[in-house]
Design a protein around this ligand. Structure first.
Ligand code: C2O
Ligand code: CU
Length: 531
């Protein structure tokens, strides 16, 4: 291949930019102690034409574009969307799987241990950057908003897949613009497989079904309507009127009489689903954010908050052809504002925009399942799914004094420990030591009059999968805190403790609320892993 042609002139600009930004990491590093070692060797290359010299030989090399396009979603006029589109430069072309008739980006499939190169090209009229949600990658590959590129430019990602098999995803992460960009259509799945998973013989191919749940509101012209921009709409987060599955309204999944692996991602901006089977059988949950659980767990219902994933074993072998059921979202109380209660009395003039029509916590059907075909397969659900090492919280360096994070509102602004996002800002209590294990405690307990204004917050850490140690103040059932997580839901009144192992990758990462409107208004902070 001709390197010049591939990397052209634009990437020279970008590489300089990536270099300058690495320098930015460095200057922060000085404050936090340690400069040069923070730089990732492959990222500090100031000239991407010399990439070959870094020794990075990708197993999969793809081009990923964010572009504007039209997608037929509702009958009549197509909808203007932004979409991720990709093609394989090098490697197996079956590693990219398109959702048919969907605005969603292609599913990227990789195996643990593989090296991935993604040449991201931003072609939307807005600055953007891609975050690999749940993947454990170096800071400069993580899509921090400080790396945003304008329309027409490119960003080069190179990383090794270190995660266990699981359902991960990618989405934009420019500061203040993540909500609208995801809403416009920018999101896709990143599925990782590994030997442990492959040895189980779980349902695969057509029996392994990704299901991305989102909500959207359309105007009479079939165009997307986003939040009004009113502060109150931002405080609650965007809630759409239509429930979309894989980019389609009124979704039905036709199935055969056998077992399925359903991988659900909540790709919504702020809607929380309380998943259940309409026919009342319990959910058989086999995986969460960071892959398969140790063993299946059963729940009558399970919460799926923005960015969380759940994998469900669904067996239709006893159902006759013609059987119909649904995955539904049960009604629930969100505690404070933005829910079925809507913080009544606290809303100025009751101006809640479109969130009124299908509030968070309303019950509805998410998608239908129709048994349409008879097949004979003999599958049993493995009682052991994966190896998960026992949780040893006393290994944490701060076992006796966990780091505390309070999720509070100040001056009509969601914040973490009273702070809002500043691009380069890291407070003393947000610096962690590389190689240490820590307990982080998140408190959504509000206080005083602010109790009225409490809301659910799904908290996400970049860079790491973690374990949930304990959850207290719980008023709901239906959490799946088992296994590896990167996003946890805190309902009002709840407190949660997680154990994070900062075993590698120094530098600056984010933690934030994954209610995208909360994130965009600054309910996000940097944490810094120092050497
Ligand atoms: Cu899925 Cu910082 O995001
Ligand atoms: Cu939040």
């Amino acid at each position: 291949m001709n390197n010049k042609k591939l990397f052209g002139q634009k990437s020279d600009v970008i590489s300089r930019r990536q270099f300058l930004q690495s320098a930015g990491v460095g200057s922060l590093g000085i404050i936090a102690g340690g400069f040069l070692p923070l730089l990732n060797p492959s990222a500090k290359a100031s000239d991407q034409n010399k990439l070959a010299g870094t020794g990075f030989v990708p197993d999969l090399d793809i081009e990923l574009k964010a572009t504007a396009g039209e997608v037929p979603i509702l009958p009549g006029k197509p909808t203007n969307m932004w979409q991720y589109r990709a093609k394989v430069h090098k490697g197996d072309s079956n590693r990219l799987i398109e959702f048919p008739r969907s605005y969603l980006g292609p599913i990227i499939k990789a195996n643990k241990g593989e090296k991935i190169r993604v040449r991201f090209k931003n072609q939307i009229p807005d600055e953007s950057i891609v975050h690999w949600h749940g993947l454990h990658v170096p800071a400069i590959m993580d899509g921090h908003p400080r790396y945003v590129i304008p329309q027409g430019q490119s960003y080069l990602y190179e990383f090794e897949v270190k995660n266990r098999a699981g359902t991960y995803w990618y989405h934009p992460h420019p500061h203040g613009r993540t909500g609208p960009q995801v809403y416009q259509g920018l999101a896709g799945l990143f599925l990782v497989s590994d030997k442990e998973e492959q040895s189980l013989g779980l349902p695969d191919d057509e029996y392994d079904v990704p299901l991305v749940l989102q909500d959207r509101t359309f105007n009479s012209d079939n165009q997307l309507v986003y939040a009004s921009g009113h502060r109150m709409d931002q405080m609650t987060g965007f809630l759409g009127e239509w429930i979309m599955v894989n980019g389609m309204p009124d979704f039905t999944l036709p199935v055969s009489t056998c077992a399925y692996r359903l991988r659900l991602l909540n790709g919504s901006n702020s809607r929380i689903y309380k998943l259940a089977w309409k026919d009342g059988r319990p959910l058989t949950i086999i995986g969460t954010d960071g892959g398969l659980l140790e063993k299946p767990v059963y729940r009558q219902y399970a919460f799926l908050s923005p960015a969380e994933r759940l994998e469900i074993w669904a067996d239709f072998s006893d159902s006759p052809v013609g059987f119909e059921t649904s995955i539904i979202s049960l009604p629930f109380d969100t505690g404070g504002m933005g829910g079925s209660q809507m913080g009544r009395g606290m809303m100025m003039g009751g101006r809640m925009g479109q969130s009124q029509s299908l509030p968070n916590g309303a019950g509805f059907s998410i998608f239908k399942i129709n048994v349409v075909k008879h097949v004979k397969k003999n599958q049993t659900l493995p009682q052991k799914l994966s190896e998960i090492r026992p949780l040893k919280q006393d290994e944490a360096v701060n076992f006796f004094r966990p780091r505390q994070f309070y999720l509070t509102m100040r001056h009509m602004q969601w914040s973490i420990n009273g702070r809002v996002f500043q691009m380069e800002d890291v407070a003393d209590d947000e610096i962690v030591q590389l190689g240490s294990k820590e307990i982080w405690e998140f408190n959504n307990t509000g206080g005083g009059m602010m109790n009225m204004m409490n809301m659910p917050h799904p908290i996400h850490l970049h860079g790491k999968q973690f374990r949930v140690i304990e959850r207290s103040g719980v008023m709901h059932n239906g959490y799946v805190d088992e296994g590896w997580k990167d996003t946890v839901l805190l309902m009002p009144g709840e407190r949660i403790r997680i154990l994070v192992d900062f075993n590698d990758y120094p530098g600056m990462f984010l933690y934030h609320c994954h209610n995208l409107e909360h994130e965009d208004m600054g309910m996000m902070r940097n944490y810094f892993v120092k050497i």
